[in-house]
Design a protein around this ligand. Structure first.
Ligand code: XUL
Ligand code: MN
Length: 397
């Protein structure tokens, strides 16, 4: 059986030093002549050669995912909880790590000196260590300040662009103290409300200037750019994973510039989250993940994972399984919010449910009849393939 599916990655040359080569988890490459220049790449997943080692997933969320229910038309519906309460909840729910905006880690960050920020970051690290919880990432929150009203890295005001770069460098320092090498960049205000207000060519130059400054600031930090096509902006400059990877390729260190995919953001771009995941992973660039759901082209909903489209969620889990997401230490994060109507006593259900659903879908992905699916594909009977998936999700074997 294995013979018919055998293919081997032969690589003539040293893959570590050849630009443009990637080694996805679950692939084998055999460097043959270390100094040769050309490559022969007959890629094939090793899962086809050996029994796949099953993924063990680790989970995280951020303090903002225990939110209070405010929306643009109404005030909060739940009284805020303290950070310690949230950390305790995360632990009790069996999650492994927490995500942080810089001001989740150090509140009122702009009013504090760098030394004070570092001191508070160190205290947070001790608290996390005591709780046995890791910090998954740090992200500069560049969309609240009066200095980012017209954008952060792409603001028309040079002083404000500098503020954004300085704050990002400080976020990197916080990340290092918290023990993570991932800086997430959701480019919230890097776009336009009005096309004529900015120059798109120049915006890419400015983004690159900022990314390069961050990469130079710390030689080990990795930038995980989180694309989103709109909201709060009408049009964002980096709306999809393709844009992320294109911009990454122009930075001073493309190897340290990668991506974070959020399911809802893909739906807002009219794209399939599973395809976006496959795309990023085929470049070895998916370093973090925000699973959630979104019911079509509306405001950003951050629904519980699979809440709007169970089949799409199944396909996301299936590609994560197939591509070995998590094997390099990546976490599965849920960027989900409770419904505004949620009572305080049910406040954590969206997180617990998202994780439960994810694990149920892992079972579904592992028990999917791949052999039958392959036979139907070979016979080009996609009608039956469609029904195979539906029956499987409905629970019938
Ligand atoms: C916004 C969003 C953010 C980022 C973190 O849509 O997803 O919460 O994930 O800054
Ligand atoms: Mn997100």
């Amino acid at each position: 059986m294995w013979k018919s599916r055998l293919a081997i990655v032969l690589q003539v040359g040293n893959w570590r030093t050849c630009p443009g080569l990637r080694l996805a988890p679950g692939e084998l490459r055999f460097p043959i002549f270390p100094l040769a220049l050309r490559t022969v790449d007959l890629t094939v997943p090793t899962s086809n050669l050996f029994m796949a080692r099953q993924n063990q997933y680790r989970f995280c969320f951020g303090p903002w995912n225990i939110s209070e229910g405010a929306d643009p038309y109404g005030p909060p519906t739940r009284t805020p909880q303290s950070f310690d309460w949230k950390l305790d909840a995360l632990k009790k729910l069996g999650f492994d790590a927490m995500m942080f905006h810089d001001d989740d880690a150090v509140p009122d960050i702009d009013s504090k000196s760098h030394a004070q920020v570092m001191k508070e970051a160190r205290a947070l690290r001790r608290k996390l260590d005591d709780a046995g919880i890791a910090a998954e990432m740090v992200a500069p929150r560049l969309w609240f300040s009066p200095k980012t009203i017209d954008g952060a890295y792409t603001s028309n005001d040079k002083k404000h662009r500098q503020y954004a770069i300085d704050r990002s460098k400080q976020s990197i320092d916080i990340a290092r103290v918290l023990g993570t090498d991932i800086l997430v960049l959701w480019l919230a205000r890097e776009g336009t409300y009005l096309r004529e207000s900015k120059n798109g060519f120049q915006a890419i130059e400015r983004l690159l200037e900022a990314f390069d400054a961050m990469l130079a600031h710390d030689k080990r930090i990795r930038l995980a750019i989180e694309p989103k096509p709109n909201e709060p902006m009408d049009h964002a400059y980096v709306p999809t994973i393709g844009h992320v990877l294109a911009v990454a390729s122009l930075t001073r260190d493309p190897r340290r510039t990668g991506a974070l995919i959020e399911s809802a953001h893909c739906v807002l771009a009219g794209l399939d989250p599973a395809d976006e995941i496959d795309f990023a992973m085929s470049f070895g660039k998916l370093w973090s993940l925000h699973l959630n759901d979104q019911n079509g082209l509306k405001y950003d909903q951050d629904k519980p994972f699979a809440s709007a489209n169970l089949r799409s969620a199944f396909n996301q889990v299936r590609v994560l399984e197939r591509n070995g997401y998590g094997k390099n230490g990546e976490y599965v994060c849920f960027d989900v919010h409770p419904f505004r109507t949620t009572k305080p006593e049910h406040w954590l259900a969206h997180l617990d449910n998202s994780r439960k659903t994810f694990l149920r879908l892992v079972e579904k992905a592992r028990s999917f009849d791949e052999k039958k699916a392959r036979a139907l594909i070979a016979d080009r009977d996609y009608q039956a393939l469609d029904q195979l998936v539906i029956e499987h999700l409905l629970g019938r074997r």
